[in-house]
Design a protein around this ligand. Structure first.
Ligand SMILES: [Zn+2]
Length: 1089
């Protein structure tokens, strides 16, 4: 699965919710003065005592309650033990599903029948499987199947082609017909004899009610066979069911009268029906407009745990089985599934209906089963796979958009061919369909052979030609195709190792896109994403890549940036550590060994160890120990590098890196860190990302061949998943190299800037160093990764300084930084030279507009008016259109809002719709913000509803918070019904920018009040809280000093002519940012350098 682009990443914090304490008033009594005095004294004593007791009880109560919820280590205080209903018992395993579904989109209902072949590994009287929101007919049957081979010399087989009878998993010698029958068993080979066989071939049929032993017969179609050696007889015996029970964890428990015999096949038959829901999960339906007519389609989205809502099944990734699927549907729509269509036939009893039967699948997990019912059209191509088979590739979309499928269609064969080379195995199925779904939750889903996408991640409008959108398509297609090996062919054993699927697919997607479009330098984007992730992975409650799932809600929470991006970057680090050749050898070993099975991370490390044995330079490397130190511990380290300039010894010291120093204390974590290094005067062509040292203990003090004047650079190309901090003198040497343009690698520049800003944020480096490094772009910088990294870090300052008096200096400073490069690219008014320049320009102009330059405000206003007057005008480059909408909405009022809303209503192209919708929440008009939030509950397709919550702080977020708190039940109901991923987006949109303690307390009170409902989003909530605490402390600590630095810098440089000179202040000028003392002083020795 790939995440939706609207799935926002969360930023970070802590305090204690206040409790309302109520005292009850009591009545009085009349008594004498003396008694009264004594009593008063006595009462005073008692009162004091009571007061003290009440105080302590209250205090105790408050701290207990706060602690109960906001416990620092386990905020939602979840048990570390998995809940007992989380897993199915492993003693029963399915091997085959015969699934028949009759789907009626018009009545939004489906009926189904499933026969599951199961085996028990030991005696049991219980069969436990999954079923969710399904009505199961009571006549569940269970049949025991035994097989016996009988030699014979006569053969005659009989088939009734129209009689669709479900089957059990056949033996090797069984012939399965596409209509679902098993027609014969033993296939003759050599001797030639015209023989017939009477009544001795087998179809396991639905059992009768009586508990009998019987041999079943096959109806007629006489065939002449050449020879027969033996046939298999099957005995069928019914097992009586005592009762059926629906239990917690979506479990369906069947209690049997007699126990199952181990290692014997049983066929479990169930009929069921359910609703096709208007959600984005399970088997759901939605509509789209074509020529102003509403059209319906039905689609499945089963990952992670929704197959059980479509048919009763053993819905865990390790219960792989083969599937034979038939769908009954109206003849005016078509149906697709994982496998090729085997046969179609009308249903005589129901005119206008037909069965579509699909080939039997390969061994696969339930979450990969899929079917789509629609009237979509397709474009088709094919490729010849490694095993020399021509395999059709089809891209499907609604008829009016099918023209936009060309780009995807052009890249799929190239990516598949490349992956077959990388993985050494052909694509396993004999076709692949990719379908653009008009209403879809995630970016895309890798169902084997039937990959589903949002329209915006599969379709690309060549005419519009927005490079960013093209790149999104390439990335998502490459991701889902990578899953056809990593995920589908070899699957994680359990969701604990989801990262194996997602981390690998994410890494390989970049490698795949880099292969087909090297000019994008897409691997730079992987590095940039890593830098962004390092920020969130330094939050207080970040979690490890490989983490145990203890309850069902945690499964969907694992689809996060840690599983995807951290997983990808850890695998990349391993690749660079052992070399690409050995890495690929290991992949081949791993995939070959585990294909059609399930594996866990240590299985991958074993393959890597096996492959690295041959390399003497890796002798002694335990891949398992190395990688487990990264996947099983939360967060990551900073490597502190301190050089002894006289002796040449360099001390490398590792410690946990957190966004604030107090969070790193007393955390005795250790990583096995591959250390690559070079010096800045070495030409980049001679740099190597292979480690020269290993920092396995806390410290290491080698003698390095680096002289005093050389700048030492550690973690070459930012491949290692860690940050590096240097001593002051080395920082100055690095800065000098940056200033003198000795550093030509854009990644290195970006890495130094990113490390410096985040070390400063964590109190490990003075901010003047980080800000000083930014001036390296002031004379112009063409690299997009340098700008992206720089601007990402500066946006953090921007959002935090926005409410401070120094914000005006920040605005001026930004204008200074951007000026030269913006002039160089003529503010994006000329056609960009290539896609990378378009990405860069978009970023620069957006930044200029964010700090509200008068040029930008005027230009966007004019452009908006031109667009409204002539929507088809092509004067404005398409990639800047979103920005123009945004500024028009932000600086306009009701008129602009309504004009844009009308544009949305008239738009037919999904990317245009998305662009408009995502900019509407930028409005600052309170009533319009509320209007949008209301619309999110009613008027918007499910997939876009959460976009309307992407409001701007502070006005928008304040209104969103109030709206959410006041109408919590309604909002919660709406979004959690769609799927498990939507409500966390809403939460983050409303609360993700908290910058005051008052707002933080408000959030905590809200969370306490709705604790039960919010429990499944505990990780999102904790991220929001961690980042808010960080932000609040940051503002307190740094804003004054940074504002002062900016003021001084802007004042000194305002009069400079920037066209030819670089404004100066850098770290060498020794401007130090003063930090406002806080109650928790930082401990870093490097704080004040
Ligand atoms: Zn994925």
């Amino acid at each position: 699965m790939s995440l939706s682009t609207s799935r926002q990443q969360f930023l970070a914090y802590e305090s204690h919710a206040e409790q309302d304490i109520h005292y009850k008033r009591k009545g009085g009594v009349f008594i004498s003065t003396c008694i009264c005095i004594c009593f008063v004294i006595f009462a005073a004593l008692i009162a004091s005592l009571v007061g003290i007791i009440v105080y302590y009880i209250t205090y105790y109560k408050v701290s207990q309650q706060s602690d109960d919820f906001w416990n620092e280590a386990e905020p939602f205080r979840k048990s570390s033990k998995p809940s007992p209903d989380l897993r199915l018992p492993s003693i029963i395993t399915p091997s085959f599903y015969r699934l028949k579904i009759k789907a009626d989109l018009e009545t939004s209902t489906f009926t189904g029948e499933v026969l599951i072949t199961i085996r028990a590994s030991k005696k049991t009287t219980e069969i436990i499987l999954h079923s969710k929101n399904l009505s199961i007919n009571e006549n569940v049957t269970l049949t025991e199947q035994t097989y016996q081979n009988v030699p014979t010399s006569k053969f005659k087989r009989e088939i009734n082609a129209t009689d669709i009878v479900a089957t059990t998993e056949p033996t090797d010698s069984t012939v399965v017909n596409y209509n679902g029958t098993v027609s014969t068993v033993s296939i003759p080979t050599s001797e030639v004899n015209n023989v017939t066989l009477e009544n001795d071939t087998i179809i396991p049929t639905l059992p009768s009610n009586a508990e009998t032993t019987a041999t079943t017969n096959v109806p007629v179609l006489e065939t002449t066979m050449t020879s027969v050696k033996e046939v298999t007889l099957s005995n069928v015996r019914d097992i009586k069911l005592k009762n059926m029970e629906f239990s917690t964890g979506d479990r369906l428990i069947l209690h049997l009268e007699t126990p199952l015999t181990p290692n014997v096949d049983y066929t479990l038959h169930m009929a069921f029906h359910g609703e096709i829901l208007n959600t984005l999960t399970g088997f759901y339906k939605s509509t789209y407009k074509e020529d102003n007519v509403d059209k319906q389609f039905g689609v499945t989205q089963f990952e992670p745990t929704s197959a059980r809502a479509a048919f009763p099944c053993f819905d865990e990734p390790a219960f792989k089985a083969k599937f034979e699927i038939s769908i009954a549907h109206r003849q005016n729509i078509s149906v697709l599934s994982n496998m090729k269509i085997a046969a179609q036939e009308p249903i005589d009893s129901e005119p206008g209906w037909q069965w579509t039967h699909f080939d039997r699948s390969v061994q696969m997990s339930t979450y990969l089963v899929a079917y789509v019912l629609s009237d979509f059209k397709h474009l088709e191509t094919s490729y010849i796979s490694k095993d020399n088979v021509t395999k059709p590739i089809r891209v499907w979309a609604r008829p009016s958009l099918i023209k936009n499928a060309k780009y995807a269609l052009s890249i799929i064969p190239k990516i598949l061919a490349f992956y077959e080379d990388v993985f050494g195995l052909p694509y396993a199925l004999d076709k692949v369909d990719l379908v653009a779904i008009p209403d879809f939750s995630n970016g895309a889903m890798e169902n084997w052979g039937l990959i589903t996408f949002r329209e915006t991640t599969l379709l690309y409008d060549e005419k519009e030609g927005v490079p960013r959108l093209k790149q999104h398509v390439a990335i998502d297609v490459a991701h889902e195709l990578a899953h056809q090996w990593f995920g589908n062919l070899v699957t994680m054993k359990w969701w604990t190792d989801l990262w194996l699927n997602e981390g690998f697919a994410t890494y390989i997607e970049y490698v795949g896109v880099n292969h087909i479009t090297p000019e994008w330098n897409i691997l730079e984007s992987l590095t940039r994403d890593k830098m962004n992730l390092l920020k969130n992975d330094a939050l207080k409650n970040t979690s490890p890549v490989s983490r145990q799932v203890v309850d069902a809600s945690e499964i969907s929470q694992k689809f996060d940036e840690i599983s995807y991006n951290k997983g990808a970057n850890l695998i990349r680090m391993l690749n660079h550590t052992i070399s690409y050749e050995l890495f690929r050898d290991a992949l081949l070993l791993y995939l070959k060994k585990w294909k059609y099975q399930n594996a866990e991370e240590n299985d991958l490390w074993d393959a890597m160890s096996e492959a690295t044995k041959s390399d003497p330079s890796l002798k002694g490397l335990s891949v398992k120990e190395f990688m487990n130190s990264w996947t099983r511990q939360p967060g990551y380290p900073v490597v502190n590098v301190n050089r002894d300039y006289d002796t040449g010894y360099v001390t490398f010291q590792q410690e946990l890196f957190r966004n604030s120093p107090e969070l790193s204390k007393n955390k005795d974590l250790k990583w096995r860190i591959p250390i690559s290094y070079t010096t800045m005067d070495v030409p980049t062509g001679n740099w190597s990302t292979k480690p020269k040292l290993w920092l396995n203990e806390k410290t290491l003090r080698p003698l390095l061949p680096v002289n005093q004047t050389q700048a030492l650079y550690v973690n070459v190309d930012a491949i290692g998943y860690y940050r590096v901090n240097y001593d002051q003198r080395n920082w100055e040497l690095l800065n000098a190299a940056l200033e003198s343009k000795t550093i030509s690698s854009p990644i290195t520049k970006a890495q130094l800037i990113d490390d410096a800003f985040n070390l400063a944020k964590a109190g490990r480096l003075n901010y003047s160093y980080a800000l000083g490094l930014t001036t390296c772009v002031i004379d112009g910088e063409d690299s997009k990764i340098v700008w992206e990294t720089l601007l990402d870090n500066i946006y953090y300052l921007m959002s935090n300084l926005r409410a401070t008096s120094g914000y005006i200096y920040f605005q001026d400073y930004m204008k200074l930084l951007l000026k030269k490069q913006l002039e160089k690219v003529n503010y994006g008014l000329d056609k960009p030279k290539n896609d990378n320049e378009a990405f860069l320009i978009e970023n620069l102009v957006v930044s200029e507009c964010l700090v509200e330059s008068s040029r930008c405000i005027k230009w966007t206003k004019d452009e908006f008016e031109k667009l409204i007057a002539n929507p088809d005008s092509t004067d404005l480059p398409n990639y800047l259109r979103s920005l123009v909408y945004n500024m028009a909405i932000k600086h306009g009022g009701r008129r602009e809002f309504e004009l844009l809303w009308d544009l949305y209503l008239n738009a037919t192209e999904p990317n245009t719709q998305h662009t408009i919708l995502s900019n509407l929440p930028a409005t600052r008009v309170e009533s319009l913000i509320t209007l949008l939030l209301e619309k999110s509950l009613t008027d918007i397709p499910n997939q876009s509803a959460s976009i309307l919550w992407a409001v701007d702080p502070p006005v928008g977020t304040k209104i969103a918070q109030e709206f959410l708190m006041e109408r919590f039940d309604q909002v919660y109901e709406k979004f959690t019904k769609i799927d498990t991923f939507m409500f966390p987006i809403v939460l983050n949109s409303a609360f993700g920018n908290i910058a005051t303690n008052a707002d933080l307390d408000k959030l905590k009170r809200f969370a306490l009040q709705n604790k039960e409902k919010l429990m499944p989003m505990s990780q999102t909530l904790q991220k929001i809280i961690d980042s808010a605490v960080l932000r609040i402390n940051w503002i307190k600590k740094y804003s004054a000093g940074i504002n002062e630095w900016l003021k001084q810098y802007v004042t000194e440089n305002a009069t400079h002519n920037h066209t030819n000179t670089t404004p100066a202040p850098t770290l060498t000028q020794n401007i130090t940012i003063n930090i406002t003392p806080s109650t928790s002083p930082t401990s870093s020795p490097l704080l004040d350098i």
